[in-house]
Write a protein that binds this ligand. Structure first.
Ligand SMILES: [Zn+2]
Length: 320
């Protein structure tokens, strides 16, 4: 499977979207994002191709969730998992519940996603974590993912780390995956939760690849012919692109760190340090740091994605 094979992607960006992004990049000489993007276009392009091709091999597609999880079932697993990592996490998780900062939505729209509200955090220094309950295994992942976003916030409360903080929560999702294997939960469903991540990874890689290709062509020719567009549209697209880069780099790095961790190369303390380091850097410095960290080679990316694929396969062959 290669990047031109679009069967995995259902939500494609349009040529019009790409034209708009070009306009943003070309017209914003002083723009940090444009600068980051232009400086790293080649590196990103190479990495996207390598990661996309390996991840396509691992991706299995959606499985339906069947097992029912009450809030109590879910919390029991979350508590046990956090305890197994460090009792301080369990304590902090409790605190969020008691203070009301953890907001559980029992009734919600079908496509509501869990998130941490960074605006409330910046304004009132209160975390506002929204967890829409689906009453399946994915709820456990939602709590763990959002909780590990909050471990990013306290170091520097004035910095909006939403942009970069995805790597740490996703890394802990992989550890949760391992933990749930030892608990012998439904393997198909446990795999599905990780598969969902890989699906997002492939989507973002595909979108970015399209954008980079078209932008390179356009930059070469520089004969840009755009109609007037509202700055609102431009902002929206810029956000989409930042979002794709953020997720793409976060997931690649999280898979790599998981591989390193499982093979004894790094410890959870190193992950903590990494987290702290990201918190202290400005957004674009952090993106640069994450992109060039340890100068991860192409083979390392391939190896780590293959390793994750093996874990998913092993899980399926285990007896229930
Ligand atoms: Zn997140």
């Amino acid at each position: 499977m290669d990047l031109n094979d679009k069967e995995i992607i259902d939500d494609e960006i349009t040529q019009e979207d790409i034209d708009l992004m070009m306009q943003v990049l070309v017209e914003n000489e002083e723009d940090l994002f444009a600068e980051f993007f232009r400086d790293n276009m080649e590196e990103l392009e190479r990495r996207i191709e390598v990661a996309y091709n390996s991840a396509s091999e691992v991706y299995a597609g959606d499985t339906e969730f069947e097992d029912y999880y009450s809030l109590t079932d879910t919390l029991e697993l979350v508590y046990e998992f956090l305890d197994s990592l460090n009792p301080k996490y369990r304590k902090e998780f409790d605190r969020l519940f008691i203070s009301g900062e953890m907001d559980i939505l029992s009734e919600h729209d079908i496509d509501d996603e869990p998130y941490v509200d960074m605006e409330t955090f910046k304004e009132k220094n209160l975390l506002n974590i929204h967890i829409p309950l689906d009453h399946n295994l994915y709820d456990v992942y939602s709590f763990v993912h959002e909780f590990f976003h909050t471990t990013n916030c306290y170091e520097d409360e004035n910095t909006d780390k939403q942009f970069l903080s995805e790597m740490v929560p996703i890394f802990y999702e992989f550890l949760l995956f391992d933990f749930l294997r030892t608990k012998e939960v439904n393997q198909l469903e446990n795999n599905r939760c990780i598969d969902e991540r890989i699906g997002v990874f492939l989507d973002t890689a595909f979108d970015l690849n399209e954008m980079i290709f078209t932008m390179k062509e356009a930059l070469k020719g520089m004969n840009l012919d755009y109609e007037e567009r509202s700055s609102e549209d431009t902002e929206r697209l810029r956000f989409l692109m930042e979002d794709d880069i953020k997720y793409f780099l976060a997931i690649t790095t999280a898979i790599y760190e998981y591989y390193e961790y499982k093979n004894g190369g790094i410890s959870l303390k190193n992950i903590d340090e990494f987290n702290r380091k990201l918190n202290k850097l400005d957004d674009f410095d952090s993106l640069n740091y994450i992109l060039h960290k340890d100068d991860i080679e192409d083979e390392d990316i391939v190896k780590s994605i293959e390793y994750l694929g093996e874990q998913l396969k092993n899980n399926m062959s285990m007896k229930r």
